[in-house]
Design a protein around this ligand. Structure first.
Ligand code: 1GP
Length: 270
């Protein structure tokens, strides 16, 4: 099926991600923040990112307050690339009919009902009306000093208590969320520690997205070896697009070692 009207069936974009994962052992997504980039730069960067091997785009930012910004950013990417564009929402103002899919996320460690379930309820009819494919994601923010933690009122989870973080991830899986996102926050000083990724990976049976503070090939490879399936970089593309090739290359190498670990959740869903 091409469009996921209800969220009960897996749609085109989610299938694309899972098939890429099966094919290469990892997926790389490039995140663009429409508040930081104007549409011309964005189109240029999207083109270069695709050349360097990214698998798709996420669009969003903690302080994107105008829907028009999302519309224009997504249209700019679509004008140069056929790769899927996934909305990475901070609120209902992030929804746009021009994207392929939306990470239909619950910020599990928010202290506010709005970010856990309220925005999802208020945006549900819009997602349906726009024919956006909702991909259910359990979103966990680890670091405190970031925009996402502040705007989302996230209660920072301790990096050195991996079992606590893993219990959030497991709850998300048990609630039916099909991806778990471990977020350090855009521009975080350091990425999610490998040991934390390792423990969460061992606990859950759904693909794991890891992002925030990944700025080198080594950091990406470390995350993948620890069990990350989908690597997200944002700041990197804005400041040093050339580095993206390095991230993709190191990720590819690191992913070669982990094919057997993937089958337990990839085969289960295809
Ligand atoms: C943020 O995980 C993403 O939501 C990407 O973070 O900008 O630090 O790469 P960076």
């Amino acid at each position: 099926m091409n469009r996921c009207e209800t969220g009960f069936r897996i749609g085109k974009t989610e299938n694309y991600l899972v098939n890429k994962l099966r094919e290469k052992g990892f997926v790389h997504l490039t995140l663009f923040d429409p508040e930081v980039l104007d549409t011309r730069n964005l189109a240029k960067l999207a083109e270069r990112s695709e050349e360097m091997g990214t698998d798709g785009f996420m669009v969003g930012g903690s302080t994107v307050y105008f829907k028009e910004m999302m519309d224009e950013a997504i249209k700019a990417i679509k004008s140069v690339s056929d790769l899927p564009v996934i909305i990475f929402p901070s609120n209902i103002t992030s929804l746009s009919p021009y994207a392929d899919a939306v990470f239909y996320m619950s910020l599990l460690n928010s202290l506010e009902w709005w970010f856990i379930l309220g925005a999802q309820i208020h945006g549900s009819f819009m997602v349906k009306e726009y024919h956006l494919e909702p991909i259910p994601v359990g979103y966990v923010v680890i670091k405190g000093e970031t925009s996402v933690a502040t705007v989302g009122r996230a209660f920072p989870l301790p990096e050195n208590k991996p079992n606590i973080v893993a219990s959030y991830a497991l709850a998300a899986q048990m609630l039916g969320m099909r991806l778990i996102y471990l977020e350090a926050g855009s521009g975080a000083e350091s990425p999610i520690p490998p040991n934390l990724i390792r423990v969460v990976r061992k606990t859950v049976d759904v693909p794991l997205i890891v992002g925030g503070g990944i700025r080198s090939g080594q950091a990406a490879a470390q995350a993948i070896r620890a069990g990350a399936d989908i690597i997200v970089t944002g700041t990197l593309a804005e400041h040093d697009p050339q580095k993206l090739a390095e991230v993709v290359e190191y990720s590819r190498e690191a992913a070669k070692e982990r094919a057997p670990a993937l089958s337990r959740y990839i085969d289960a869903r295809l």
